[in-house]
Design a protein around this ligand. Structure first.
Ligand code: ZN
Length: 238
């Protein structure tokens, strides 16, 4: 059983009727439904909860943390970001979705200005090409899949080169974007997945839901021990 916590800023859905119509149970509610499987024990947390719902106990009980944020990245307390960062370095998986590219936690982990990319919200087609067909996150997908309408993102995206690049998206406007990126930081696995603007029902689409489930399984902690660091005795006998 993989313990998943889905964190959502949860502001757009409360403040805008047209967005609430798309996600009546919040974006976190839609992602929770996508992960509705015996493999996962899912809980949700939102920005306005005490400590943003990410207490030390919650994080200690989390194998994989999903993160969706957009308009209130600056309201996330640095102490909570520090706490999440430590858990990722110790092995917790992190899946950053869509505009979480600009979240404090992703910027801290990447060390670059990950908020820098091209974008245009005109609801055009997104065609996600699978670059690594044998990658666990691409399991069950074909050569590509399409999202009928979502935001356009484009290069340049200021990220360190991904350890593995699973998806590149093509847009009718001519842009391309590294839309499925894997990194390891410390003992933790990180996946960035671009689809999911708040006005598009992207997280109800079966292929997207499959990617979310695959990502949760891929990002699960694999460390079986705490690696030794610090002052040590000589290993050799002689
Ligand atoms: Zn967006």
């Amino acid at each position: 059983m993989i313990r998943v916590t889905i964190w959502n800023e949860f502001r757009h859905e409360q403040e805008a009727e047209e967005i609430r119509a798309v996600y009546p149970e919040g974006i976190h509610g839609a992602i929770a439904k996508a992960l509705n499987s015996p493999d996962f024990a899912v809980r949700t947390a939102t920005l306005d909860m005490p400590e943003h719902g990410l207490t030390q106990q919650v994080l200690d009980d989390t194998d994989v943390l999903f993160w969706w944020g957009h308009c209130a990245h600056h309201e996330v307390q640095d102490a909570v970001v520090d706490r999440v960062l430590t858990r990722v370095l110790d092995g917790m998986g992190l899946v950053c979705l869509h505009s979480a590219h600009a979240s404090k936690i992703l910027q801290r982990l990447m060390g670059t200005r990950t908020d820098r990319l091209r974008w245009r919200d005109d609801g055009e087609l997104n065609r996600l090409w699978v670059l690594e067909p044998s990658h666990p996150i691409a399991a069950g997908l074909g050569d590509f899949f399409e999202i009928p309408s979502d935001e356009t993102y484009g290069e340049h995206f200021e990220i360190p080169a991904p350890d593995e690049l699973v998806f590149v998206t093509w847009y009718p406007g001519g842009e391309v974007f590294r839309s499925g990126c894997c990194w390891q930081r410390g003992q933790g696995r990180i996946f960035y997945f671009q689809p999911g603007h708040e006005t598009a029902p992207v997280y109800f689409q079966p292929e997207v839901q499959m990617v979310l489930r695959n990502a949760a399984r891929w990002a699960v902690p694999t460390a079986t021990r705490v690696p030794h660091t610090g002052h040590c005795q000589r290993v050799a006998n002689k």
